[in-house]
Design a protein around this ligand. Sequence first.
Ligand code: MBD
Ligand code: FE
Length: 267
Amino acid sequence: MPTTDTTTLTPQQTTARLDAIVTEIVDAIANTIAKHNVSYAEYRRATDWLTRAGGQVHEIPLLLDVFLATAVDNVNNPADGGTESNIEGPFYVPGAPRLEQPYVLAKRASDGETLIFSGTATSSDGAPLAGAVLDVWQANAAGEYSFIHPGVPEYNLRGQLVSDANGRFQFETVVPAPYEIPAAGATGEVLATLGRPTWRPGHIHFKITHDDARPLTTQIYFEGDPWIDCDVVGAVKKPLITRLDRHEDKTNRTYATCAYDFVLQSA
Ligand code: MBD
Ligand code: FE
């Protein structure tokens, strides 16, 4: 369960909670300013940098997700028997098309190597979850997401599919490449200034829902990815890493397969 069910708070309680959170955030920053004797010039550099971020499309959610989303996920999704949750990230778009069998995410030949992803959805008591909805989104082999990067068709590499009567699912997509935080944006700027890597390992995002289970938002990663141990967002959890197997089709083209069995906590 989420630690705080904020939906049951009265308006007064909501205001009090918000007041406490804002006060603590401001106090924490004020303490840092005092501890490091931050100058007016440095302070102005920070406000100028935030102004640049505000003028860049998609930059503020990216910035916050890079530095803070994992902390939110850690509080809201303690592992208790089901598949580990993982941060939603800044690039989820609701309303992805409901796909028909056989499931293939919308993709272009240039989006990368074919990947067949299969698995199951079960409840934490072991029962298969028939009719679980898997809302899937990912980047292509160039690290591009539809709706975020220019030139990618709407809903490319985004789609919703449904597990069958035995809780099984399979869909075709492409192998996602590692994702680099855009260097030109305010987030990339601060990471470069700090000399920190700007990469996330390749990953596929899932939101899985079923009437009898708690919704699960997570990401799947791949063994051997060069960034698996140094994700800029710090989101990788070992149990969410799966293996890519390589095969050759009849025309000697390689394609990949992987599998993951999702376990959703009972509602
Ligand atoms: C991503 O694709 C992502 O998933 C996260 C969490 C942050 C930045 C880019
Ligand atoms: Fe992502």
